[in-house]
Design a protein around this ligand. Sequence first.
Ligand SMILES: Cc1ncc(COP(=O)(O)O)c(C=O)c1O
Length: 459
Amino acid sequence: MQKHPPEPFRIKMVEPIHLITREERQKAMLLAGYNLFSLKAQDVFIDLLTDSGTGAMSQHQWAAIMAGDESYAGASSYYRLKQTMQNIFGFEYFVPTHQGRAAENILSVILVKPGDIIPSNMHFDTTDANIRARGGNPANCVNKEAFIIHSSSPFKGNMDLEALEQLIRSTEPEQIPFGCITITNNAGGGQPVSLQNIKETAALYHRYGIPFFIDCCRYAENCYFIKQREPGYAEKSLLEIAHEIFSVADGAFMSAKKDAIVNIGGFLAMRDADLFQKVSNELILREGFVTYGGLAGRDLDAMAVGLLEGLEEEYLAYRTGQVAYLAQKLLDVGVPVIEPAGGHAVYIDAGNYLSHIPHQDFPGQALAAALYLEGGIRGVEIGSVMFAHPDPQTGKMNFPELELVRLAIPRRVYTQSHLDYVVEILTQLSRQKISIHGYRITYEPPLLRHFTAHFEPLG
Ligand SMILES: Cc1ncc(COP(=O)(O)O)c(C=O)c1O
């Protein structure tokens, strides 16, 4: 197999993109309060803000959209999705949701009480916030290797089982209504979790009677890494690996905007009939009837097809190869990135790259802003803007271990020359990085502040 296989598709529809001038970019940033989420997308040249909902759907998905059944209840689109869900995940019950956080919200509303603890390897921002919104405490038990930037460890998303057991033992059993694992670990470099670790995590939760849910929005990339890296799986199909993963879980929630390559969609799946009843009631209140969630029938059809396309080995070889290509090129020009490359994104170690900017001045935010100003590239800060929280007891700020800028690669969207351009811009930035300054927050909401905060440059 080639290291970076070419695209297993050709392009038959194109979307023009433009690089506006530096002066226009400066003006756009000022207007956006230096928050990249507030930019107009048309002012962005290469948009690596997220891989969520930004993929290019295939001709088969677009064809399936035309067959969407828009009946309010019992649409055939729902039954087509149900069959695919059964085929891949095998849970007895599921509801569609409009995206991942809707599933997280429903689960949290039903199961999380104030003071509860919800462990995971690492919760992503919306899961973290949905738990906090119900008074719960998200707890991250990822293994220490996740924080070592340069490492050849194949499964840096693994749960630290000792830390997890210690946490469970030091908590009242009824205070952990469910436990999670996120595959791949988006907040920690898009790193995969091994099947052995998933099984051991499931066994540990179950030993203490805790239901086990998988945040599986990038499960297909995780399956591909298991096949490549974990002894005993090279000859298994990705579908067989998926079966093995989900067979040990009590449920899963997914933002289908990732590995199902749709622009909108998600689900919450489970085995427990009582929980399904409660989930259905909550879904009807907030999202829609149980056979469509917050989606149109056509969205369910696009998802049913995309779930299978996202699990194709040829596609995943190209996709993970493309991410590895960008990571290697950046390392070649001296930009520190998390190694090995993750499944969906390259993570620049901004704390190290801009070591003259301390945590409290947001080095990740500074680098993300500089990338846009220099080359019209939009990445996202995954560091103190996103994850620093005051300690509930002392009020002292807890900063995350790493200050990262994530360059997420949308699925089937950008070519190698787009990625070469990103490398060129970072090479240019490296020559002048000492002149990059930090930022100060001038407005922030109480939860998920990175989406809407306003910033001011320091100096
Ligand atoms: C690991 C993980 N979980 C959950 C979500 C939330 O999904 P959504 O954006 O569809 O609400 C994301 C989105 O990026 C994610 O990466």
